[in-house]
Design a protein around this ligand. Structure first.
Ligand code: PMP
Length: 375
């Protein structure tokens, strides 16, 4: 059938270009430097067992067996949202099945006929999908260039009822950070700006109590929609937004990936809340992972390679695909599992290894990793 021929031919094209994606298992005896377990919670059995020991009643259930709006509004979801709103000092919080659900669903639920969207060029695919699904007019500003975003505002803001400015606090590919004070200044200078900040890689890692980069900078109250995910530093699954009550109520009524999906399992929500409550006490883990990030970036710069990272995510840009794959193999042989990132995920000629560090990494292993940059 033509259908299968087309699929096979498309896959062949991808394979020939070296861009075929495949599912792998993490090889044994390697240190995972490509995951998002930034605080080293995944293999902390004592912490996990502590959670299981504390688990009682409703929270032991393994499925919500319904959407939130039907019978899936379990006590664990309510408790988690209360804890989030209280921690961030917002009127409200809402929890979703994943960051992908959040970013694809929030914007379409909030835009009106006179909304404009300004989006960082390197925003995560989930935000891009949300923007596209919203049908709103949008412009992309140069990566991490808020002066460029400002030029769009100067030109267009007055023509629209509101302008959503969407960005990430810690960017997933390069580990560079947005200047959040400059972001907030846009809101002060243009009265119809709505700030939408994805803190997927900031929550847990940044801030005295692990609430993310906006909280660390003391500007979280200025962010209208602060989105965080639970599948990374919090080592769980799901996502949240902290926002005003009117936004929350609108999302409950209009957001399709909130309404038309099964709620997260109670056991999972309870685990997220357990980890969230422990976050403030994980300062040593945050310091360790951020210090490793800094030292790794310095080692890369020491080789004369530019590295924009200001976090625990550190790109090591090599350039060509083949050379990058060979470098990944060299690290793998030394016991470090780090995956090559190639075009089209990153621009042509900038293939790289993306180190995604975890507090689980022991100092001795990290020092051994650094020696691999001396070649
Ligand atoms: N936002 C950003 C910036 C991300 O990096 C990711 C996941 N890679 C997501 C959202 C999606 O989150 P989730 O994995 O919970 O769907």
């Amino acid at each position: 059938m033509k259908f299968f021929d087309r699929l096979t031919s498309d896959l062949t094209t991808l394979r020939e270009a070296g861009n075929l994606r495949t599912l792998r298992l993490l090889p044994e005896d390697t240190l995972n430097l490509s995951g998002n377990d930034y605080l080293g919670i995944l293999n902390d059995t004592a912490f996990r067992e502590g959670f299981y020991d504390s688990l009682t009643g409703e929270d032991r259930k393994l499925s919500a067996a319904s959407s939130r709006l039907l019978t899936g509004n379990v006590p664990a979801a309510v408790a988690l949202e209360e804890a989030l709103a209280q921690a961030y000092g917002t009127e409200a919080a809402l929890v979703f099945g994943s960051g992908y659900h959040a970013n694809t669903g929030i914007l379409p639920a909030l835009v009106g006929p006179k909304s404009l969207v300004l989006s960082d060029k390197l925003n995560h695919a989930s935000m891009i999908d949300g923007i596209r699904a919203s049908g709103a007019t949008f412009y992309r500003f140069r990566h991490n260039d808020l002066a460029h975003a400002r030029t769009f505002l100067e030109r267009y803001a007055a023509e629209y009822e509101e302008v959503f400015v969407m960005t990430e606090s810690v960017f997933s590919m390069d580990g560079d950070c947005t200047d959040l004070e400059a972001l907030v200044k846009l809101k002060h200078d243009f009265p119809n700006v709505v700030l939408y900040l994805d803190e997927a890689h900031g929550v847990g890692v940044f801030g005295e109590t692990g609430l993310g980069l906006a909280h660390a900078k003391g500007v979280h109250h200025e962010i209208d929609l602060l989105v965080g995910t639970f599948g990374k530093a919090l080592c769980s699954t799901g996502a949240f937004v902290v926002c005003s009550s009117v936004i929350r109520e609108t999302l409950i009524n209009k957001m399709r990936p909130f309404i038309f999906t099964t709620a997260l399992p109670p056991v999972n929500l309870a685990w997220t809340l357990y980890v969230f409550r422990a976050l403030a006490g994980m300062t040593a883990r945050r310091r360790h992972v951020l210090s490793m990030g800094q030292r790794l970036a310095e080692a890369i710069r020491g080789k004369g390679i530019a590295c924009v990272s200001a976090s625990h995510i550190v790109p090591y840009v090599i350039g060509e695909n083949d050379a990058t794959i060979l470098e990944a193999q060299r690290f793998r042989q030394a016991g470090f599992y780090v995956l090559p990132i190639r075009p089209p995920t990153v621009p042509r000629g900038t293939a790289r290894l993306r180190f995604s560090l975890s507090a689980e990494i022991a100092e001795a292993d990290f020092e051994r990793l650094l020696t691999l940059f001396q070649h």
